[in-house]
Design a protein around this ligand. Structure first.
Ligand code: ADE
Ligand code: ZN
Length: 326
């Protein structure tokens, strides 16, 4: 339909994308072969058959082991380059991309290989696709605060290549306050801050309150549960906090897109955005997410234009570059 074409064609920023979540089965096989790794599956269909997620935990149980094929800077480059080309084909002109260094350093891959490869893809995308890219370092919240702090210290050598820090992985038992000192230090070092407040978590409204009022993040990833507390919605709007929602991903981890919550935030005037999260696993890149939400919630063309506009307003582009897109 025309709306689906608009969903894919509108120039937009992507703000919630895990680079490791863009590993398509075809590339996984190619990297396994290059690195001499034996995989349990031998066909793309067998790999996709394992994508039978019922919640965040069952997704993460597939997501982390797949990363064993990522070993050298070339591998990380190829992963990010494939994503950036795909994103460009769905209207992305700017991408602020999460990466999970501890998913690699914890298995012996040097931080320098990870960020070196990703950076090379970003420079190439700017030159060859006209797409700008930035990196957001995510700490894995199921590891210790000490490991997160050590990772932050290691990242300081690459400050010009890292725009901000985030927090992902399993939220259960790993609340934001566990990382308060790490995020305070990151802020001191000049990084922007965001955190996942996942949508399938009982009690996540308390975590949303903590990240807004205690940690004082600049953005919230997912966070649609905030509609449970209208006073927090009002606070987020007053602070100009962006929400990076991921409808297709939501439909895997909770069996619904959370379309009502997303639209409620949109109508209230919050800076709510639509993103793809882990597109290789959930089967939808960012344009597909705009289209899926539009179909589910009967959005208008004007709504899609507003969502794309929000993606720049909630981005961490400099004001001059952001305004050029508005
Ligand atoms: N890591 C990769 N994708 C994630 C998600 N959707 N939630 C939490 N951690 C993640
Ligand atoms: Zn995410």
């Amino acid at each position: 339909t025309d709306l689906a074409a608009l969903a894919h064609g509108l120039p937009k920023a992507e703000l919630h994308l895990h680079l490791e979540g863009t590993l398509e089965p075809e590339l996984k096989f190619a990297l396994a072969e290059r690195n001499g790794i034996e995989l349990a599956e031998t066909t793309v269909e067998q790999v996709r058959a394992t994508y039978d997620f019922t919640d965040l935990t069952s997704f993460l149980a597939v997501y982390y082991p797949a990363m064993q094929v990522l070993q050298t800077a070339d591998d990380f480059h190829d992963l990010a380059w494939a994503y950036l080309q795909k994103a460009a084909s769905q209207g992305v002109v700017h991408a602020e991309m999460f990466f999970d260094p501890q998913a690699h350093t914890s298995r012996g891959v040097p931080f320098s290989e990870v960020i070196g490869g990703y950076r090379r893809a970003i420079v190439r995308a700017e030159r060859e696709l006209g797409v700008s890219g930035e990196l957001i370092l995510c700490f894995l919240r199921d590891f210790s605060a000490e490991y997160a702090m050590a990772t932050l210290m290691e990242a300081l050598a690459y400050k010009p290549w890292i725009l901000g820090v985030g927090l992902d992985s399993d939220e259960r038992g790993n609340p934001p306050e566990k990382f308060a000192a790490v995020f305070a230090r990151a802020r001191q070092e000049g990084f922007l801050l965001t955190m996942h407040c996942d949508i399938d978590q009982v009690g996540s409204i308390d975590n949303i309150r903590t990240v807004l009022t205690g940690i004082a993040v600049d953005r919230i990833d997912h966070g649609t549960n905030i509609v449970e507390d209208p006073s927090l919605v009002a606070l987020a709007i007053e602070k100009g906090i962006g929400f990076t929602t991921c409808p297709v991903s939501n439909s895997f981890v909770t069996e619904q897109m959370k379309a009502d919550e997303i639209v409620q935030l949109l109508r209230a005037g919050a800076k709510v955005t639509v993103n793809s999260d882990d597109p290789a696993y959930f089967g939808g890149y960012v344009g597909d997410n705009y289209a899926a939400l539009a179909a589910q919630a009967s959005l208008s063309a004007a709504d899609l234009v507003q969502l794309a506009r929000n993606s720049f307003e909630a981005s961490w582009l400099t004001p001059a570059r952001r305004d050029a897109y508005l």
